[in-house]
Every structure is written in structure tokens, then in C-alpha cells.
Design a protein around this ligand. Structure first.
Ligand code: G3P
Ligand code: MG
Length: 243
């Protein structure tokens, strides 16, 4: 059965990439969460999507120009008044919080703009320290980062992220030891890649699926997961499909 992953947590309701959004994902019944990681100035792995804090917090500037302690001074409520005061979480904190609930965790390494030397090593260490190796999927638009993860942990579950169509992406993934594909929803809507993806046996988790008709299509095709800002909506659609 297609799993429902909460994109940046249940970010349609709670501020993205916060402990509150991940908790809500669990309460809504998601099977997994997706989150983005970057490094602070003092080398802490923090969970945030943009390379700057401007859009989601009360501060301004680049994540990598602040220490963790400095980032803690800002509120990351992302214009949702009722969440004022929520802080940026570290990856360690998120893993600790979600571990008891059993959700899977898709860690997206945000190494597209800055390469953040050491991010892959630190991320793998944190996952191992939490004892969550079997519940984590590492992905990145930077495929070098994905390969770095495999060098660090040959058993790691990995996936290639991509927005535009990649030719022969199934062979590319298989030939480079990657078992997951994370394509953008709009590319799957442009052409019929679904059958080819299904035949490949790779684990396809499509993002960001917020539209009910799209959810239904991917759930009916039995993809590995839909990654959505609205896990409750996807779970309802899944119930309808499986009735
Ligand atoms: O990992 C799926 C999705 O999060 C990739 O795009 O920009 O939302 O991180 P983005
Ligand atoms: Mg992401």
C-alpha cells in the first residue's frame, strides 16, 4: 500500500520543518516524514529548507552564517501566528521525537547551492546514533551527495531527487546503487512514466502531491509513497481507493 509521507512535516497546517509539523504528521497517521538538512556556522545539522532564514523566521540571512545558539533566538513560525516562538530543530531532536512512533524519515541533503563539507558524514552519524538506519531514506538533488552517503554506509537506503525528466533514470539509478526515485509530481503529469517506473522495481516516492486527483492516481498505481503537505488528505484518499 502506498505510504503517505509528510513533506517538511504536515506543513500544510503547521510551520514547515518544525517539531510541531512532524508531531502533527504522526498524529494524522502518516507513515513517514520528509525533511531538509543544512549546516550551521558551528557545524550543527539543522532542519530547514531554504539556505536563508528570511522566509520562515523572524530573522534574516544565511543559515550557515549563524551558530545554532544564534538561530535559536528567532521564531520559525512561518507566518502562522499561533505557532509564534517555535524554534528551528536539529536533526538529532527530530530523530529523537519521531523514533517511538515508527515513522520513516526521508532526509533530503540540501547541498544544491552550498556543498556543506561534512554534512553527509554528520547526518549518517546522527542516524546511526539514533539507531534509525533501517527507517531512513537519504535523498538529494545533488547526486554526488547521494553517492557520498553510500560511500559512508553501503547499506543506506538512498534515492535520487529530480525535477525535470531524466533519460533512462531507472538504469542510471540501478547502475549507481540507488534504489529509490523521487520525481516531481509535475513531470509525472506531463507524460506516462508511471508504467516504466513501476516495471523498474525501484521505490518511487513522488513529491509534492497535494491535489486529490493526483494522490488517487499514484495510490492506484501503488507507488511506494506520496510526499504531501496534507497527510490527512492523502490518507483519506487512500482509504477511499482501498475500500
Ligand atoms: O524531497 C522532496 C522535496 O522536498 C524536494 O523539493 O524543494 O521541497 O525540498 P523541496
Ligand atoms: Mg525537501
Amino acid at each position: 500500500m502506498t505510504k503517505v509521507f509528510a513533506h517538511r512535516g504536515a506543513s500544510g497546517y503547521a510551520p514547515e520543518n518544525t517539531l510541531e509539523a512532524f508531531a502533527l504528521a504522526g498524529e494524522q497517521g502518516a507513515q513517514g516524514i520528509e525533511l531538509d538538512v543544512q549546516l550551521t556556522k558551528d557545524g550543527e545539522v539543522v532542519v530547514i529548507h531554504d539556505e536563508t532564514i528570511d522566509r520562515v523566521s523572524t530573522g534574516k540571512g544565511a543559515v550557515r552564517d549563524y551558530t545554532l545558539e544564534e538561530l535559536r533566538r528567532f521564531s520559525f513560525h512561518n507566518h502562522k501566528k499561533e505557532y509564534e516562538g517555535v524554534q528551528i530543530p536539529t536533526l538529532r531532536e527530530v530523530l529523537e521525537q519521531v523514533k517511538p512512533g515508527g515513522m520513516e524519515v526521508n532526509i533530503e541533503l540540501k547541498t544544491g547551492i552550498y556543498w556543506y563539507p561534512g554534512l553527509e558524514e554528520k547526518t549518517v552519524e546522527l542516524v546511526k546514533a539514533a539507531g534509525m538506519e533501517n527507517r531512513v531514506i537519504y535523498s538529494s538533488f545533488n547526486h554526488y551527495s547521494v553517492q557520498k552517503i553510500l560511500e559512508l554506509d553501503a547499506e543506506a537506503e538512498t534515492a535520487y531527487l529530480y525535477s525535470d525528466v531524466l533519460l533512462n533514470v531507472e538504469n542510471y539509478a540501478k547502475n549507481t546503487g540507488v534504489c529509490g526515485l523521487h520525481p516531481a509530481v509535475y513531470h509525472l503529469k506531463m507524460a506516462d512514466f508511471l508504467e516504466s517506473y513501476r516495471r523498474s522495481g525501484l521505490k518511487v516516492r513522488v513529491w509534492t502531491v497535494n491535489d486529490e486527483a493526483d494522490m488517487r492516481q499514484f495510490i492506484e498505481k501503488d507507488l511506494e509513497a506520496v510526499i504531501t503537505n496534507y497527510p490527512d488528505r492523502a490518507l483519506r484518499v487512500r482509504d477511499e481507493v482501498n475500500q
